[in-house]
Design a protein around this ligand. Structure first.
Ligand code: ZN
Length: 184
């Protein structure tokens, strides 16, 4: 009895007649020539290698998915930072509007308090989110498909840089809005 591994589908094909030159794979129908014959030990090696490859692929898939989820969370946090900061600086201008100054004079600091909460909140979000994202970043590089010990450090500095740029951009946009909406 000879054990063969089908080169097309990897199926294990047993052949009783050793005098034949080839045998048809019962799983996929392709013809296997005995040049592809393996001993049982070799067959086990191949099966182990195939198993290892499958495990590696599963691990890659799992890692890729967790990096993707992480990226989505980061995008949401950055978006929140942008909106919160923009609204905060916009409310500062609204509080300073002609018709609202009277309220401030009367001790109604509603808009100022709201603006301060938003701005301070955005500032802390900008500082805390890189820390959270660093701690949760999987040690995996999607491009090289390998473990990446520097992934967390890179995630920290890149996220911090993005946050600084988003902060500047949202303040700039708020200032432009002041003029566009003629708030000040
Ligand atoms: Zn086959």
């Amino acid at each position: 009895m000879i054990t063969l591994v089908c080169p097309s589908c990897g199926g294990q094909v047993e052949c009783a007649d050793e005098g034949r030159e080839s045998v048809r794979c019962p799983y996929c129908g392709s013809e296997i020539f005995f040049g592809a014959r393996h001993t049982d030990a070799e067959f086990n090696d191949i099966r182990n290698a195939n198993y290892q490859m499958e495990q590696d692929n599963l691990l890659d898939e799992k890692n890729r998915r967790s990096v993707k989820t992480w990226s989505v969370v980061r995008a949401v946090l950055i978006f929140l930072l942008a909106v919160q900061n923009y609204l905060g600086w916009l409310f500062i201008a609204i509080a300073l509007k002609e018709e609202n100054r009277e309220a401030v004079k009367n001790g109604d600091f509603g808009f100022f308090i709201l603006a301060t909460l938003l701005i301070v909140g955005a500032f802390f979000l900008g500082l805390i989110s890189p820390v959270i994202l660093t701690l949760t970043r999987p040690n995996y590089n999607v491009v090289t498909k390998e473990e990446d010990k520097n992934a967390k450090v890179k995630a920290f500095f890149i996220t911090l840089l993005i946050n600084v740029l988003v902060w500047i951009a949202s303040v700039t946009l708020a200032i432009i809005s002041w003029k566009v909406f003629n708030i000040r």
